[in-house]
Design a protein. Structure first.
Length: 370
């Protein structure tokens, strides 16, 4: 996996309010004028990464006559029709999502990414010999980067109340009756706000604002595209190598313990998200309880797997009598030599050797069973 990908500059030739009289074969991208948002800025930036629209002219207008001259239109026009390259999401009839596994309605950024993103990702990866990972990177970049832009533009709350519907007898079915907050999409950037701040100040006259509008929009395109490429780079150079390591360890965990509840990493990498994804893909959700990996001091760590990614509830915490103890006191009460510590909350512990950490995991599993 390559360690770094160079950013590509936006190659749009110009941003104007009406089609030039001499197009000289240039492609035209249509979007609306006036206040702009992150979704159409990113949509235009993404199109600049495609061979067809690499040096296109952006026409910012709501004039139907001008829009009809464009080779592709996004975020304006009230039509979604990929066959004619029309990609608006504002019409009441539009309910498009990235896949059936997603709940957030697409904005123009998501629409352009859905139809052009796979080829864009493939072309980026081909330059570095990683094209075989196109599908997984395509999906991951949407979830980690673009979905939040779609959610913000469409007014989706990032959390939604779920549960509690249709359960008349709550005492008999408390689990189904419970109402909880469900995360609808991940916010990994305040990009939408930064692009939005590039719009002209309300203190300017309409004439002054109009003069600045297209130049500010192009700045927004550059910012949005730069962060998109950062997201792709991070996914390929950091997320993907970690996925490979965790996937291998997940497949070999029964060699560590026949129960399959303990996983060993030969070296540390970000593992929680990958483990949860792999469990879902293999219909083994909740299976792994502990992950072991070497620490920087030459010892080994035992970490509890959380119930859900990025929360503080463990599937199986380390035993209560061990928590907050260190060294000899911990070794004495656990009956395991070489113990270093167990955190007061019971989510992590340490031992001077791999065998010691593995024994801590075995005893913790059996301790809870008693």
């Amino acid at each position: 996996i390559t360690k770094q990908m160079n950013h590509q500059a936006v190659t749009l030739s110009q941003v104007v309010h009406s089609p030039p009289t001499d197009l000289s074969g240039s492609k035209l991208i249509g979007t609306h004028d006036g206040s702009f948002h992150c979704d159409e800025a990113l949509a235009c930036g993404l199109l600049s990464l495609t061979p067809e629209f690499k040096e296109a002219i952006v026409i910012r207008t709501r004039n139907p006559k001008f829009l009809s001259q464009c080779h592709i239109v996004c975020d304006v026009g009230g039509v979604y029709d990929p066959s004619s390259h029309k990609y608006d999401h504002h019409q009441a009839s539009f309910r498009g999502k990235f896949t059936d596994n997603h709940t957030v309605k697409l904005s123009s950024a998501g629409l352009i990414y859905k139809h052009f993103g796979k080829d864009i990702i493939r072309s980026i990866l081909e330059k570095h010999g990683n094209e075989s990972y196109t599908e997984i990177i395509y999906d991951k970049v949407y979830t980690n980067f673009i979905e939040a832009i779609d959610g913000i533009d469409n007014g989706h709350e990032s959390y939604e109340l779920v549960g509690g519907e249709g359960n008349k007898d709550k005492e008999k079915d408390e689990e189904k009756a419970a109402i909880k907050l469900q995360k609808m999409y991940r916010i990994s950037t305040c990009l939408s706000s930064r692009v939005g701040r590039l719009n002209s100040s309300w203190t300017l006259t309409p004439e002054e604002a109009k003069r600045q509008e297209n130049e500010s929009f192009l700045k927004g395109v550059n910012i949005a595209l730069s962060e998109f490429l950062d997201s792709v780079n991070e996914t390929v150079t950091e997320w993907l190598p970690a996925r490979t390591i965790v996937e291998n360890s997940f497949g070999q965990r029964e060699n560590v313990d026949p129960s399959g509840q303990i996983m060993k990493l030969d070296s540390y990498c970000p593992w929680k998200e990958h483990l949860i994804d792999l469990e879902k893909e293999n219909s083994e959700v909740g299976k792994v309880k502990y992950v072991l990996f070497p620490d920087s001091a030459g010892g080994w760590r035992i970490v509890c797997v959380p119930k859900e990614n990025s929360n503080f509830q463990n599937r199986l915490s380390l035993p209560l009598p061990w928590r907050g103890l260190r060294d000899e006191a911990l070794s004495k009460i656990s009956g395991i030599g070489g113990c270093v510590f167990v955190h007061a909350t019971g989510f992590i512990g340490g031992n001077s050797s791999y065998d010691g950490a593995l024994l801590m995991a075995h005893k913790a599993l059996n301790f809870e069973e008693k």
